[in-house]
Design a protein around this ligand. Sequence first.
Ligand code: NAD
Length: 487
Amino acid sequence: MTAMLRGGAGLKAPDQVFIDGQWANPTSGRMIDVISPMTEEKLLSYPEAGTADIDRAVAAARAAFDHGPWPRMAPAERGAYLQRVASLIETRLDDIAWAWTHQVGAPISLTRKLVGQNATLFRYYGGLIATYPFRDDRTRDDGGAVRILREPIGVCAAISPWNAPMVLLSYKIAAGLAAGCTMVAKPSPETPLEAYIMAECIEAAGLPRGVFNLVPAGRDGGDHLIRHPGIDKVAFTGSTEVGKHIMRVCADRLARVSLELGGKSAAVLMPDADFARAMPSLMTYCMPITGQVCFSLTRLLVPNARKAEFLDMFLSGVRSIKVGDPGDPGTQMGPLAMARQRDRVEGYIAAGRAGGATVACGGGRPRGLDRGFFIEPTVLTDVTADMKVAQEEIFGPVVSVIGYEDENDAAAKANATVYGLNGAVYGQDVERAYAFARRMRTGGLTINGLIVDPKHPFGGYRQSGMGREGGPEGLDNYLEVKTIHIA
Ligand code: NAD
């Protein structure tokens, strides 16, 4: 680990893999380029892990699980290691924010605010296991004793996407390690830097060898990893399409899976909603990170009787979003993360137009930003619930405003996609908003805002996923239940 990427700040460009507690040269002979979304030039180039490296990583994690101290340690002792990792991550928050902004194009004002979640997750799970009921003694009807144990699942693959590279890995690694599992991390090929920072912190915290392994690779490497018989569980965040593929592959050997997938989340503005009060959170969460966040509120359901009033306020807010260099603290929206993302988003805007939607604002590339994968924040109206733009995850700064007649109509439209990740209900009568939230088939919701808190479970209904990350439920994801009867 030698090549310096960011002078002075200590961010090293990856040139090795981390296996069995050691840095080693990868064997694939292939290099992966990371392209800056701002300049469209190469930000860095690094060697991809090959299948032989992945096999070695799984073997190391296997040995650490089957024979090493980690799964057998007292939870409080494992917790102390995780607290050390958290403290080390805290010293690297500037680097993590820099890496996120420069690889993905997420505004630095946002990445600086969110990076603390990584340390929070290690601290939270490190603390939780000190009191978590890994053992529960019960009594049978015949008076005999029965002991219920929660034991680590085994060797886990953690596969993450590029949009929020470190936090989506931290959810998995912190919870998996806390449970006593050993881990093989495969970050997204477009965003390797944060996983390297994590590996450096885990190494410096002195975790036993083989407990955490890092093999950056693309789709083929990921596919090799999920098929590996040494992997007991795959924890995945990414697209619904790849999530289904992973589930099919893992079904063959009944390897455990947890899946955090796509979304098409609705914000429902109830008939009594105070639009002015709703605006700040809608503006923040309808297209965060240029709309490349799974829980973005991409469908805004508004009472037909108040649609003109809503659009007046909402469109003027969207038109005032400051689009530009994500490294500038005043920027509210950066470019899309990569050229293929811009192609995808432009394809959806064209499909919206062709299907009869009206582009009420945006829809093109912003003037004066000729370099970088920029696209204007875009609002579509005259959208019906069955249109492609209302059904599919666009993963860009494109929001549909959809009118509804009454609460039954709103509930039917809110639930009219295959997804069920997130949602929001805005209303002055909180009990009525709560009752409406109960009708929405999603894994998470916020009334009058949007909150995702790593200390509480997050995940999807239906095709948005399976299992939960965050909170005690996120730890359960990495545990098997064993029942020992005493006859
Ligand atoms: P992706 O599914 O293309 O890739 C995700 C990861 O899976 C990457 O590391 C990739 O290399 C790997 N991968 C791809 N094919 C694989 C295969 N056959 N076997 C094993 N691994 C494979 O997704 P992406 O484009 O990186 O991320 C965007 C998607 O992620 C969006 O759909 C978004 O909604 C979703 N996402 C979901 C959440 C959530 O918590 N629900 C959070 C963020 C992103």
